[in-house]
Design a protein around this ligand. Structure first.
Ligand code: GLA
Length: 390
C-alpha cells in the first residue's frame, strides 16, 4: 500500500496549522493545544444506550483547540472550519441560534459548571478534519477537546471517565441529542493500535489489540440526512418498550433464550429492534474473542452479520450504505464490512488485508460511483490515542 493511496480524500491535518491560526487572531502563542480524536465503531451499534457492549477505536482524525485562559468569564471562540466567531459569558450560558457550532462548547461549559467545577474564561481557536455528519463523531470530539481544555486551564480534578460522562450529559441535556456514552468515552480513553471494549452499563472497559494483519478501511458515502436524530430517538423509545415488555431493566439484561421464548409477545417493530440489540451484544463479545484468537475471517463474518441486522431489523441503514457495504464484500481481501455510527448515511468500516487496500480503494470507489453517481471518500485509518495535549 503506498502512503498516497491510503491518504486518498484526507484533508490537511489541523494540528499543523492551529497555532498559526491562534497567533493570527490573538497576536500571541496559545498556552495549550488539545487534540481529541473522532472514532470508528468496529462492532456494537445502537447497543450503548441499551447498556450493552461496543468496540470502537479512536482514529487519526481530530478536533483541535488552541486556547489560553482569560482573566474574566468570557469564552471567545473562533472556528477555522466555519470562518465564524462566537462568544459567551460563563455567568449565563444560553444556546446560540446563529453560530450553532458553538453550542457544543457552550454545552460543555454549562455541564462542567452544573457539576460544580469552577471555570474561568478562555480564548480558543478550533479546527478539525473529522467530516461533520459522517458518523465518525465530530461532535463528541469537540466536546471532549473543550472539556479537556477547561480541565487543563483550570486544573480541574477530573478523570477521563467522568469527563466523558459529563460530555455525554452536555449533549443529552444542552444540545438535546439523547446519544449514548460510546463516542465521548472512546474519544477520551482510546489507545493507539487498540480498540476498546466498553461495557456501557458498568463502564468497565478493556483494550483489545488490533492485529497488524488487518487494516481499517473507512468509506464515506457522502450522504448526510437530517432524520438521524428523530429516528435515533424513536429507536431508543422502541428499545425501552421492548425491555419493559420483556420485564428487564434494559435490553442488555435480556438473554437470547428469553427473547426466543417470548418474542411472540412483542409487537413489530419492537421485536425486530430487540432482536438486533440482543444479538448484537453477543456479536461484540464473539468479535473480541475472534480478534484475540487472531481469527480475522470470524471477526469479519460478525461484522457482516451486524450490518445485516442493522439493515433488516434495526432499519438504520440506507441504499447508499448498503451499496457501499456490498461493494466492499466483493473485494478479495476484505474480511468483513458494516455501516458504522448511527446510520442513514455517513460511513462504512471494513476489515481489510493490508495488501488488498489498493484494490479495495479502487474497486469500491468505482462500483459506488457508478451505482450512485456520488464520489466516495475512502481511506485507511489508524487507531490512535484519546484526547491529549500536543
Ligand atoms: C451515535 C451515538 C452513539 C451510538 C451510535 C450508534 O454515534 O452518538 O452513542 O448510539 O450512534 O451505535
Amino acid at each position: 500500500m503506498s502512503p498516497r493511496s491510503s491518504d486518498l480524500g484526507k484533508p490537511p491535518d489541523p494540528k499543523d496549522s492551529i497555532a498559526a491560526h491562534y497567533r493570527e487572531r490573538h497576536g500571541s502563542t496559545p498556552v495549550i493545544i488539545v487534540a481529541a480524536p473522532g472514532r470508528v465503531n468496529l462492532i456494537g451499534e445502537h447497543t450503548d444506550y441499551n447498556g450493552g457492549f461496543v468496540l470502537p477505536a479512536a482514529i487519526n482524525r481530530h478536533m483541535v483547540i488552541a486556547a489560553s485562559p482569560r482573566e474574566d468569564t468570557l469564552v471567545c471562540l473562533h472556528s477555522v472550519d466555519f470562518s465564524s466567531d462566537a462568544s459567551f459569558s460563563l455567568d449565563a450560558i444560553s444556546h446560540d441560534t446563529q453560530a450553532e457550532w458553538s453550542n457544543y462548547e457552550r454545552a460543555v461549559a454549562w455541564a462542567l459548571q452544573e457539576a460544580g467545577y469552577e471555570l474561568r474564561g478562555m480564548n480558543a481557536v478550533l479546527a478539525g478534519n473529522i467530516p461533520i455528519g459522517s458518523g465518525l463523531s465530530s461532535s463528541a470530539a469537540i466536546e471532549v477537546a473543550t472539556a479537556y481544555a477547561f480541565r487543563t486551564l483550570n486544573d480541574l480534578p477530573l478523570d477521563l471517565v467522568t469527563l466523558a460522562k459529563l460530555c455525554q450529559w452536555a449533549e443529552n441535556e444542552f444540545v438535546g441529542v439523547k446519544c449514548g456514552i460510546m463516542d465521548q468515552f472512546i474519544s477520551a480513553l482510546g489507545q493507539a493500535q487498540h480498540a476498546l471494549l466498553i461495557d456501557c452499563h458498568s463502564l468497565d472497559h478493556r483494550l483489545v489489540p488490533l492485529p497488524a494483519e488487518m487494516s481499517l478501511g473507512i468509506c464515506d458515502t457522502k450522504v448526510r440526512r437530517d432524520l438521524v436524530s428523530s429516528a435515533y430517538n424513536e429507536r431508543r423509545a422502541q428499545c425501552e418498550t421492548g425491555a419493559q415488555l420483556l420485564g428487564v431493566p434494559s435490553l442488555r439484561d435480556a438473554e437470547w433464550s428469553t427473547f426466543e421464548d417470548r418474542q411472540q409477545e412483542l409487537p413489530e417493530p419492537v421485536r425486530q429492534r430487540c432482536r438486533h440489540v440482543i444479538s448484537e451484544n453477543q456479536r461484540v463479545l464473539d468479535a473480541v474473542a475472534a480478534l484475540e484468537e487472531g481469527n480475522l475471517p470470524a471477526f469479519g463474518m460478525l461484522m457482516n452479520q451486524s450490518h445485516e441486522s442493522l439493515r433488516d431489523d434495526y432499519e438504520v441503514s440506507c441504499r447508499e450504505l448498503d451499496i457501499m457495504v456490498e461493494a466492499t464484500w466483493e473485494v478479495d481481501g476484505v474480511y468483513g464490512s458494516r455501516m458504522t455510527g448511527a446510520g442513514f448515511g455517513g460511513c462504512t468500516i471494513s476489515a481489510v488485508r493490508p495488501d488488498a487496500v489498493g484494490a479495495f480503494q479502487a474497486q469500491v470507489s468505482d462500483k459506488y460511483k457508478s451505482a450512485t453517481g456520488l464520489t466516495p471518500s475512502i481511506y485507511v485509518c489508524q487507531a490512535e490515542a484519546g484526547v491529549r495535549l500536543l
